[in-house]
Design a protein around this ligand. Structure first.
Ligand SMILES: C=CC1=C(C)c2cc3[nH]c(cc4nc(cc5[nH]c(cc1n2)c(C)c5CCC(=O)O)C(CCC(=O)O)=C4C)c(C)c3C=C
Ligand SMILES: [Fe+2]
Ligand SMILES: [Fe+2]
Length: 361
């Protein structure tokens, strides 16, 4: 029997909160044509003369504000999740964590699985919603690495889980006590943004996404791969499970980079608007991330809170991410199990198969 391997793939994070390691990480990340989708020469100039020299020291400083004793939060939580999932799937799957950029690299993680005899791979991109710059890039690189040898193994990808009940239930379980303790009057679901151009490029019809005001308000066959529509679907699912009324929640998009338009509304525009509307106690959930990271702990819980308080709000509480919460470990195990192909007939022709003992005995 082929040995099974599970690759949990997240985005990646620098090895240390210093300018050099952050610069190396950003160079790899932003050289990806699915992230900065401009012509290669333009990308090289933009990276080397406009982005890396200024962003690397600034981001290194931001990472220092959130760095944990054991490392970057994204790495610490992803490692803990991997250990817990490996424990649950022991004897059935070998489990490895891989990062799309930085360490542990995809080639190293795949090599470790191969060394354990794995020839049947399941890949779980750790992003609830699909975006070219996250899940598609992670899958494309995984397929590339897995198909380097002469023989290509069996590979299965776990689909995006933006509306999966196990994911929504796990986040609800994490969020409910936090929202209640904070006595939050409103919950903001703040998702990582992407450039609008990326949304249009992912729309096979070329005429659906972002063409009309409510185009992402329902998830249909036509827009089922739209990142923004999947984010709204996640927010609706969580709001419903948390019992929030229509005025009790809203959606925004954070972390934009550059001057081109990104998906709206922007978190740093919505935060002062909520304060101006009279919201005093705000809870923020970031359900595009399954682990706390720079974008949740620094961008939302530090900078977002400062902005909300300066605009007249009284408290901003970040709902922690799923990290390695037991309900999330259960959900990951369920996602993997559900992705397993249904049992099929043996590929070995009956005549060539070793003789089976007769049932009648
Ligand atoms: C949730 C999935 C993510 C999508 C989609 C995504 C798109 C995207 N990101 C950038 C630029 C940056 N993102 C950065 C950090 C970062 N991004 C994600 C996830 C998605 N990004 C995560 C989990 C993290 C945190 C990593 C960590 O170490 O904690 C950064 C680096 C930090 C910084 O300097 O701000 C950049 C840059 C673009 C351009 C993009 C889509 C085109
Ligand atoms: Fe990002
Ligand atoms: Fe859309």
């Amino acid at each position: 029997m082929a040995r099974k391997g599970l690759l949990l793939v997240n985005l990646g994070t620098p090895d240390a909160p210093e300018t050099g390691p952050v610069r190396r990480y950003l160079r790899e990340f932003l050289s990806d044509p699915r992230v900065l989708d401009i012509n290669p020469v333009g990308r090289w100039f933009l990276l080397n003369f406009a982005i890396l020299p200024f962003r690397s020291p600034k981001s290194a400083h931001a990472y220092r504000t959130i760095w944990m004793e054991q490392g970057s939060p994204l790495m610490v939580h992803s490692t803990a999740l991997t250990a817990a999932v490996a424990g649950r799937l022991a004897g059935d799957y070998e489990v490895e964590l891989a990062m799309r950029y930085g360490n542990p690299s995809l080639p190293d993680a795949v090599a470790r699985l191969r060394a354990k005899g794995v020839s049947d791979f399941t890949v779980l991109p750790l992003y609830p919603q699909e975006a070219a710059s996250s899940s598609a890039s992670s899958l494309a690189r995984t397929y590339e690495v897995l198909s380097e040898p002469w023989d290509v193994p069996n590979v299965r990808a776990v689909p995006a889980f933006h509306s999966h009940p196990a994911f929504l239930d796990a986040f609800t379980e994490v969020a409910r006590p936090v929202i209640s303790e904070a006595r939050a009057e409103h919950v903001l679901f703040s998702f990582h943004g992407v450039p609008e151009r990326h949304i249009r490029k992912s729309d096979p019809s070329g005429r659906h996404c972002l063409d009309s005001k409510g185009c992402c308000d329902v998830l249909t066959e036509a827009n089922r791969h739209c990142y923004r529509a999947q984010c709204f679907a996640t927010a609706r699912g969580l709001a419903s499970k948390l019992g929030l009324g229509p005025e009790g929640w809203s959606v925004s998009f954070q972390s934009r980079l550059g001057r081109t338009p990104w998906v709206k509304p922007y978190t740093d525009v919505v935060l002062p608007e909520l304060a101006a509307r009279g919201v005093k106690r705000l809870a923020v959930m970031c359900p595009a991330f399954v682990a706390d990271c720079l974008e949740t702990v620094e961008e939302v819980a530090i900078r977002g809170r400062d902005q909300f308080l300066a605009s007249g709000g009284e408290s901003l509480t970040l709902v922690p991410s799923l990290n390695s919460h037991p309900a999330w470990v259960d959900a990951v195990v369920r996602l993997v199990r559900e992705s397993e192909a249904p049992a099929t007939a043996s590929p070995v022709p009956a005549a060539a198969a070793p003789e089976a003992p007769s049932r009648a005995g």
